[in-house]
Write a protein that binds this ligand. Sequence first.
Ligand SMILES: [Zn+2]
Length: 258
Amino acid sequence: MARADVAAGPTYHIRVFRTARCRVKGRYAYAHYARDRDHAYAIYIAVVQGNGLTALVDTGMVSVEEMNRGAGFLMTEPVSQEPGEDTHSILARVGVEPSNVDLVFLTHCHYDHCSLAPLFADARIVIPERAWRIWHEEPERSAYLHAGFLEYLESRRAAGRLVLRDDGLVAPGLGVRWVGGHSPCSQFVYVNTTKGVAVLTGDAVQMYANLEQNDVIHICERPAERWQALEIARSDADYVIPGHDPRVLECYPDGVIA
Ligand SMILES: [Zn+2]
């Protein structure tokens, strides 16, 4: 549904920026592939512009130190951020004021992806409706939801600034599809471009190797949904931008995707 509707809409430019990097222990990276070595991870945000709109896919994190306190056990090299890689600097470089961001798509609500969302006070925040239901009806499934984030989203909802959608358009040429697996809030973000429909997969498909090796992520809430996410990526995407793969910046110099 999202794919066909998105493909019929206007096209956008996408630019991906690395906001941090780290190395993740093999057993936490993939379910099977190369568990005996660690893997370089990049943490990204994407700026999407076109059709009179500015959107972000993920926001980056408030504090690298906090990230390492919470998730350091997963890594052989902690998260580090070079000067200019923080979200504020990235946006300043591309001439985007936080107050001019119209939409913030969250691939999921984990700290490294969502915790700067409150910076975008005027934006509509896009998350899956299914996650909203799960967090309220089965709160035991919110284990890794960024602490305090549901309260923040409640306030966004009261302000009419929360979009809850499982599969479909959010704006012409921009859509989402719930995939779950990594977390109940994991969704793919679909962007129409001159090269076809780009699917930004977040942590549900973190690496190109998930597709190339036909292997899934290790960290998950619902194991079977990880495999569905691979299938959806294969069937829906003209091209995939995985959530943490350093190769994105090798394939697309300066992060210019389309
Ligand atoms: Zn992540």
